[in-house]
Design a protein around this ligand. Structure first.
Ligand SMILES: *Cc1c(COP(=O)(O)O)cnc(C)c1O
Length: 350
């Protein structure tokens, strides 16, 4: 069997309750939307009764139309997938043969490393600059005739920074490799990279998991050239997403007010949490629904101590390119964030 890096998800609330005998546990580890999806989603799901029928292409077409209106991009350039993860898997299947190279600016989302390994590709790690923005020159220097995919994650998980369109454009224009732009957190950011979707060698991926609060339904989408979409449709599983997920996504787009109100609250809390953290730890400004920080305590120890106090954060010390002190905390509801700050204070004061 192949040696593939293991994806280690964070511990669940129930696990932590059991482990430490706690009644109340706050999970700020997976960048979920603490307010959940629109009530319209719940309504649609309650009345669903076609469990025995395969998803119909017309539902998919309707969702594509809604996304097309939401983004202002033609439907013939939009694909739906089982989350960005599912879309990444298909795109890697299309582009990466054994020994092909995938350029990954580090640190970033761990699944890029997993997929490269699954495809027997070769990962080319390029360290980010001091502010965690991608290093254009280093990336351009790393490109060879074997380079098939260059990953750009903006806002980047786990660091939270966004990329400049001009920097990414320069990379897109100077190579034939596919530039995969992961915008899982676009709704939380002040600007996005959608303008680059016009290029033949660009895929821009988005999801309903984060701002729309549908992480459990596994549904995302991507914008690509219509040529690329044709090739993509040959590679994907015949029914990548359930009708439930499709109908929930449609309902989400029919209630953008809900999503925007969640984003507004999360941004306000992000600013408050940042202010609360900046005198205690080294915290990075963020355009996403999480904050990345380093303290003087080892991240594994800090995460463990916080967990004992009922707060789950993400220890990022095992992320490729992170330091032993790197921690990511998702922005929760106000009271959850207060629990986190209180526990952190206790832990750091010793
Ligand atoms: C959460 C996340 C994903 C996964 O999104 P799904 O649509 O739930 O598969 C992809 N990329 C990044 C950077 C993420 O943080």
């Amino acid at each position: 069997m192949k040696k593939i890096p293991e994806y280690v998800p964070g511990k669940s609330i129930d696990e932590v309750k059991r482990l430490f005998g706690l009644k109340k546990v706050v999970k700020l580890a997976s960048n979920e939307n603490p307010y959940g999806p629109s009530p319209k989603v719940l309504e649609v799901l309650r009345s669903f009764d076609k469990f025995h029928i395969y998803p119909s292409p017309s539902e998919m077409e309707e969702l594509i139309e809604r996304i097309s209106e939401y983004l202002g991009v033609e439907g013939e350039r939009i694909v739906i997938g089982a989350g960005i993860d599912g879309i990444l898997e298909n795109v890697f299947k299309m582009f990466v043969d054994p020994l092909d190279e995938v350029v990954i600016p580090i640190p970033s989302f761990p699944y890029y490393h997993t997929l490269t390994s699954v495809m027997n590709g070769k990962e080319i790690r390029v360290r980010r600059k001091g502010n965690f923005q991608i290093d254009e020159e280093a990336i351009l220097n790393s490109i060879t005739e074997k380079t098939k995919i260059i990953i750009v994650c903006s806002p980047n998980n786990p660091t939270g920074n966004i990329e400049d369109a001009d920097t990414v454009r320069a990379i897109v224009e100077s190579c034939n490799a596919l530039v995969f732009i992961d915008e899982a957190y676009a709704e939380f950011a002040s600007r996005d990279l959608l303008e680059l979707s016009e290029y033949e060698n660009v895929v821009i991926a988005r999801t309903f998991s984060k701002a729309f609060g549908l992480a459990n339904l596994r549904i995302g989408y991507a914008v690509m050239s219509s040529e690329l979409k044709k090739a993509y449709m040959k590679v994907t599983t015949p029914f990548p997403v359930s009708s439930i997920a499709i109908l929930a996504a449609i309902a989400s787009l029919e209630d953008l007010r809900h999503m925007r109100s969640c984003v507004e609250k999360i941004r306000a809390e992000r600013a408050r949490l940042y202010a609360g953290l900046k005198d205690r730890v080294k915290v990075c400004p963020s355009e996403a629904n999480f904050l990345f920080f380093e303290s003087l305590m080892k991240a594994s120890e800090l995460a463990e101590e916080l967990m004992k106090r009922g707060v789950i954060v993400r220890d990022c010390s095992k992320f490729v390119g992170c330091s032993p002190f790197s921690v990511r905390v998702s922005i929760g509801r106000r009271e959850e964030n207060d629990e986190f700050l209180k526990a952190l204070d206790e832990v750091l004061r010793g």
